[in-house]
Each structure stands twice: as structure tokens, then as C-alpha cells.
Design a protein. Structure first.
Length: 272
């Protein structure tokens, strides 16, 4: 497709503006993390006078990130895994209409995404079940909300040929075996997206741990950011380091999974 010079200029301008909107906050955050507290107070927007990587080591120690990091890895890993498994088991029969009132059930799932989070009933239920201030209770709490992953799975499974179901049934393939040996490998692109979205929601959660986890030994990595808030003054350079430390694992996860997302988009873009 041919493009005129004007249209190309407009396209590149829009792309550069969008890039600046995303990159500039990251650059400013990194710039602040390289400053001392005095340097930041004198001029918050000025460029740093030097590279101080020791700020990250100090932030790691003061924020107790070594303790919190493993808790977040546990919560995020288990919650994401269980959420994806539940979403697959729920999405497949609804997408194939193997259950009655599948459309109505799907609508209820869709409506639930727009309802406010029922914190008071959840807290009461967790407390009555004896799961308050337990890692198991928090993982189960984060697993129950399948969220957008379930809706994406339903739409993706609808695009998979129903003939695969019939062929697998004729060959004697069981229900669970079919899901995990045939369907799941076909869902790699959408699974990668579901993993990223679910992991971001669990990893960045700060309200849930504050309410349901009172023991400091069970707190996730986001709790470490509160260390740099004081009653009279905040340590902004170390807080910026802490934010970058919290963000880095999600960036690594996205880099590791982005090839599946891009590969899935390219595979479905052109029909042979």
C-alpha cells in the first residue's frame, strides 16, 4: 500500500508522541531514582548529577524486598495458574454451548466485571472460613476473580473448529485430556495475554493485602513501598527505586511472553 509523504509524516508524528507519553514517565522515574534526597528537594525536575546505583541496594534493604518478593512470586504464580485453569474449564463448555443457558451464564460473568468489589461480604466470608491472614486464603481470594481472561478464552475457543472435539471424542480422548493436550497448545497466544493481565492484577494489588494480610511476614512486594513514606517527609529517590524494583519482574514477564502474542496476531492476520 502506497502512502504519501504527508500521511507518513503524520503517522510517524503520532507514533513518536505516543512513545514519548510512555517513555517520559519512565525516564523521569529513573532520573529521580539516581538522585540523593537533598538533590531532589533542591530541584525535582533537574537531571541527576550522577549515576547512583547504590540507591537500589539501599531501597532493597530498607524496603525489605527480599522478604516481600518471594511472597509476591508465590501469590502471583499460584493465583495466575489457578485462574487460568478455572477459566479454561469454565470457558470451554460455554463457548461450545455444552451447558444449558450458556449465553445467560456468560452475560452474568460479563456483568460481574462492572460491579463494585464486595469487600465487606468477602471479608466476612474469609473470616468465617478461617482464612483471614493466611497465604492460602489470599491466593484463593485472588483466584476467584477470573476476570478478563475468562472472556478472552470464550471468544478464542469459539474460533477453534468444533471438528476437533468430534475427532478427539471418536479417538477416545477424555474431556480433561482434550483440554490440556489439544486445546491448550492451540491457545498459547491468548494464554500469554491472560497470564500477563492476571499477573499484573495480582502483583500490583495493594488494597487486598492491606485488608486480608495483617501479618508482615505475609505481605507482598507492594507493601515495601510504604517504607519510604514518612509522616513529615517522603524519601522520593528511594521510593522511585522501589517502584522500579516492583515493576521489573512484570517487564521481564512481558518480554518473555510477547513472542507468543505477536506470533498469534501474525498467524491470524493472513489466511492461506
Amino acid at each position: 500500500m502506497k502512502q504519501s509523504r504527508t500521511s507518513r509524516t503524520i503517522s510517524y508524528t503520532i507514533v513518536l508522541l505516543m512513545l514519548a507519553l510512555y517513555v517520559f514517565p519512565l525516564f523521569y522515574l529513573f532520573n529521580v531514582s539516581m538522585k540523593t534526597q537533598t538533590e531532589y528537594l533542591l530541584n525535582p525536575v533537574a537531571l541527576t548529577e550522577g549515576i547512583r546505583l547504590e540507591n537500589f541496594a539501599e531501597a532493597w534493604t530498607k524496603g525489605s524486598f527480599s522478604q516481600y518478593m518471594w511472597n509476591s512470586v508465590l501469590y502471583t504464580g499460584m493465583s495466575t495458574l489457578l485462574t487460568l485453569i478455572l477459566s479454561i474449564f469454565a470457558a470451554f463448555p460455554l463457548a461450545r454451548r455444552y451447558v444449558k443457558f450458556s449465553t445467560l451464564i456468560y452475560i452474568f460473568f460479563l456483568i460481574s466485571m462492572y460491579l463494585p468489589n464486595p469487600l465487606i461480604p468477602q471479608f466476612s466470608l474469609i473470616n468465617q472460613l478461617g482464612l483471614y491472614n493466611t497465604q492460602t486464603g489470599y491466593i484463593l481470594l485472588k483466584t476467584t476473580g477470573t476476570g478478563i481472561a475468562f472472556l478472552m478464552f470464550v471468544g478464542y475457543i469459539k474460533s477453534v473448529s468444533r471438528e476437533l472435539d468430534e475427532a478427539a471424542a471418536m479417538d477416545g480422548c477424555g474431556y480433561t485430556r482434550y483440554l490440556f493436550t489439544i486445546l491448550v497448545p492451540l491457545m498459547k497466544p491468548i494464554l500469554a495475554t491472560g497470564i500477563i493481565l492476571t499477573a499484573i492484577g495480582v502483583w500490583n494489588d495493594i488494597i487486598g493485602p492491606t485488608i486480608y494480610l495483617s501479618d508482615p511476614n505475609y505481605q507482598p512486594v507492594t507493601k515495601g513501598l510504604f517504607t519510604f513514606y514518612g509522616q513529615y517527609m517522603n524519601n522520593w529517590p528511594l521510593l522511585a527505586c522501589g517502584i522500579l524494583i516492583v515493576t521489573l519482574p512484570l517487564v521481564v514477564l512481558y518480554v518473555a511472553l510477547q513472542r507468543f502474542i505477536v506470533g498469534g496476531a501474525m498467524a491470524g492476520a493472513v489466511k492461506s
